[in-house]
Design a protein around this ligand. Structure first.
Ligand SMILES: O=C(O)CCC(=O)C(=O)O
Ligand SMILES: [Fe+2]
Length: 207
C-alpha cells in the first residue's frame, strides 16, 4: 500500500498586517457577543463529541474574497480542480479552551457534493494565546480499493499551524481534523479564529 500526502496550498502573510489586524478586530468583536455553538448536519445538531466550537454565519470579509480571487487560478492548477462558475460560502469559527473538530470530510458524493475547493484563513492575537489547534490533514492510502487492509490506527498525516494571517486550500473531500485547543485565559478574544469556506456550484449550494 502507498500513502500519499494530500496537497495543501498554504500562503502566509495573506492579507498583510493592516488588513489582517482589521479582520482580527472584527472577529474578536463577534466573539465578544458569544457566537452560538457550531452545529452539524441538515438538522443542525450540536454534537460536542464531534465538533466543539462556535460559529458566526453573517461575518462578511470582502477583503479576503478579493485576495482569494487573485490566487484562485494558481491554487486550482496546483490542486487540479476547476472552480469555474462557483460561489464562495463561508463563516467565522472560533475555537477556545478544549475545543476541537474530530476527523471528517467537508464533502462526499452524498454530503455537499457541490463543494469544489476548501479554504481556511486563520487569525489570532499575538503572541498566540492558545496552543494546539493544528489543522491535521490525513494522507491518502492507495490503491483506493483497500477495504479491510487499512486500519484507522495506521493512518498518517501532516499538521498545519493555524498561524495568524495564513490561509490553506485543499480539496474538501480530504479527511481532516482540528486538534484540541488549549486556551488558558478562556477569553473569547483569545480564541483560535478561522474563516472557513468553500467555493461551490451555486445551484447546489445548501446549508
Ligand atoms: O479550522 C480549521 O482548521 C478547519 C475547520 C474545519 O475543518 C471545518 O470547519 O470544516
Ligand atoms: Fe472541515
Amino acid at each position: 500500500m502507498w500513502r500519499l500526502p494530500v496537497t495543501v496550498c498554504r500562503i502566509t502573510n495573506f492579507l498583510g498586517e493592516q488588513t489582517s489586524a482589521a479582520v482580527l478586530r472584527r472577529a474578536m468583536a463577534a466573539a465578544d457577543g458569544l457566537m452560538p455553538p457550531s452545529t452539524i448536519g441538515p438538522d443542525r445538531q450540536v454534537n460536542r463529541d464531534i465538533w466543539r466550537s462556535r460559529s458566526g454565519h453573517d461575518f462578511a470579509v470582502p477583503e479576503l474574497l478579493s485576495c482569494i480571487d487573485e490566487v484562485q487560478e494558481a491554487v486550482e492548477h496546483t490542486l487540479g480542480v476547476s472552480c469555474q462558475g462557483t460561489e464562495p460560502t463561508y463563516g467565522l469559527i472560533s475555537y477556545n479552551d478544549g475545543d476541537f473538530y474530530a476527523p471528517h470530510q467537508d464533502s462526499t458524493p452524498e454530503f455537499h457534493p457541490e463543494r469544489m475547493l476548501k479554504f481556511v484563513y486563520f487569525v489570532h492575537r499575538t503572541p498566540r494565546p492558545f496552543t494546539g489547534g493544528e489543522l491535521r490533514v490525513f494522507d491518502i492510502a492507495l490503491p483506493l480499493h483497500t477495504e479491510g487492509s487499512v486500519s484507522w490506527e495506521d493512518r498518517t498525516w501532516r499538521d498545519w499551524e493555524p498561524e495568524h494571517d495564513s490561509i490553506v486550500f485543499f480539496r474538501p473531500s480530504a479527511w481532516h481534523e482540528v486538534r484540541k485547543v488549549s486556551c488558558p485565559t478562556k477569553q473569547p478574544e483569545d480564541s483560535r479564529f478561522a474563516i472557513n469556506g468553500w467555493l461551490g456550484a451555486p445551484h447546489m449550494t445548501s446549508n
